[in-house]
Design a binder for this molecule. Sequence first.
Ligand code: ARG
Length: 400
Amino acid sequence: MPKTVVLVYSGGLDTSVCIPMMRENYGFERIVTVTVDVGQPDEDVKSAEDRARALGCEHYTADAKQEFITDYCWPAVKANGDYQGYPLSTAIARPLIGLKAVEAAKQVGADAFCHGCTGKGNDQFRIEYVMRALLPDTPIIAPMREHSYTRTEEIQYAQEKNIPISVTADKIWSIDENLWGRSIEGGHLEEPNYAPPEEIYQWTRGIDAANPTPQALTIGFEHGVPVSLDGERLEPLALVQKLMTIAGDNGVGRVDIMEDRLLGLKVRENYECPASTVLIKAHAALEALVATAAERKFKAMVDQQWGELAYYGLWFDPLKEDLEAFINRIQRRVTGTVTLRLFKGSCVVTGRASDWALYNEDLASFDSKTFDQSLSVGNVQTHGMQSRMYWQLKEKQDKG
Ligand code: ARG
């Protein structure tokens, strides 16, 4: 059997450089490249295929778009998936990419895995965790981490090895795209005080170019899962794709945050997450209508914990399963519609409706007589009893 390595392959510079290195520095004879289609541009998937074959690899493309939405994005919606303001787009795609690499490795009988992650980012944690969880005995090689090339050195090496790369020294953005969002890094973008140039955005229009009139949009949910746009029932992939365009045209979904990476590095990150931003906002609004006050308070903690696990890439962690048991239980009531108004970058909820709404017009309305207001008197008098006692004691102590 030839010495075989499975390379997680995007077709970009880092992973392309890994190919000659696997042969020359690590002695692999058979290189199996795996590209996972999670909704990056079709040209990228196609050029990864062509490039891998041109560089003498055996290539597999896994079309995982459907699976990505139903098994990764929908759980993220149910958990209002967020980490420091980031809808976790790259983060939730990594376990699926790892999973597809594991499937390929089992099929071809791989002796090792290779990935192109650097030693600074989060992806090394996410991808290696999945590989180790599912194929613990297969070694993992990370040439970019071992050699820590600068971008210029890498480009030079690629040119020496005749790797047909489209990156040039002045095209500096490092981009990661999938149906849940687009991340743009590189150049000065990680500096906290650098205003990102308009050219980094591809999916969302800026204020000037955005749709000039407000657009109303109604999203239907069943058990926490988005099922329709403006009353039209859509398959998951079609729904997300359509929403990406609508939200993007209205400039909705740009995210510019300070992000604390796994290793503690604090970096400025830029994303465009049109579909995920709208869906999570709408979902949270519907949950707020159907969940009790205590459920909402508790779920906020559960969601926060879920978001952290997803960010860390611990997709198969038992705690995540436990949290999802709770999350899914609540979702039984998260059925209904949410209406939003999208306009020049803003996305505002303007209405929500559900058969499970814990809202009663009669009780909440100011005009109604159903709610006997005199019943509040005793409640108000005992409100904050211990807190008031503390103030009395404090006054006494201060005087004495
Ligand atoms: N900081 C984000 C994360 O860790 C996105 C990283 C995306 N990578 C990129 N080359 N743009 O999830």
